[in-house]
Write a protein that binds this ligand. Structure first.
Ligand SMILES: Cc1cc2nc3c(=O)[nH]c(=O)nc-3n(C[C@H](O)[C@H](O)[C@H](O)COP(=O)(O)O)c2cc1C
Length: 141
C-alpha cells in the first residue's frame, strides 16, 4: 500500500487549506514532522509544513506544534511562522511547563515508553502509574 508522496500531500493539503480559508474558520494547526511519532517511517520527514503551508493561510490564525520549547516558540512567533505554538509532550513531562518557560528553566524530557497507549513487549498495555503524574515540577526535581 503506497503512502502519499510529498507532491500529493502538497496538492491535497493546499486544496484543503484554500477551502478552509473560504469558510473563514478561526485557526488552522500545522503539525511538524516528529520522528518519534513515526515509528514505522511512513511520515514525510522532508516536507517542511510550515514553509509550505503557512504562506497559504491568510485569514485563519496559524497554530503550529511539533518539537518546540519556549525559545523556539518565541522565535517562530517573532518570525511570523505562527501566530501561536501549541505544546504536547512538554506538558506531559513538565507539570509546571508554563512556569518553566516563563522563567527559562530547562525542560525535562518525556519518556516514550511511558506514554499512554504504548504497548509492552508482550502486547499488553502497561499500567500507567508512573507516566503522567510522576514527573516533578522544577522546584522539587
Ligand atoms: C501520548 C500522545 C498522544 C497523542 N495523541 C494524539 C491524538 O490523539 N490526536 C492528535 O491529533 N495528536 C496526538 N498527539 C500528537 C500531539 O497532539 C502533538 O501534535 C505532538 O505531540 C507534537 O507536539 P509536541 O512536540 O509539543 O509534543 C499525541 C501525542 C502524544 C505524545
Amino acid at each position: 500500500m503506497g503512502e502519499p508522496t510529498v507532491a500529493e500531500t502538497k496538492a491535497l493539503y493546499g486544496h484543503l487549506i484554500s477551502e478552509c480559508e473560504k469558510l473563514n474558520i478561526g485557526y488552522i494547526q500545522l503539525m511538524r514532522y516528529i520522528a518519534v511519532l513515526d515509528p514505522e517511517g511512513r511520515g514525510l520527514k522532508d516536507l517542511d509544513v510550515v514553509a509550505e503551508f503557512r504562506p497559504m493561510i491568510k485569514n485563519a490564525a496559524v497554530l503550529v506544534n511539533g518539537d518546540y520549547d519556549g525559545a523556539k516558540a518565541e522565535a517562530a512567533v517573532t518570525a511570523k511562522q505562527a501566530d501561536a505554538i501549541a505544546f504536547g509532550r512538554p506538558f506531559i513531562a513538565n507539570p509546571d511547563f508554563p512556569d518553566r518557560v516563563k522563567n527559562k528553566v530547562p525542560l525535562a524530557a518525556d519518556e516514550f515508553s511511558k506514554w499512554y497507549g504504548v504497548h509492552a513487549a508482550d502486547g499488553s498495555i502497561k499500567d500507567r502509574v508512573d507516566g503522567y503524574t510522576s514527573y516533578l515540577p522544577a522546584t522539587v526535581a
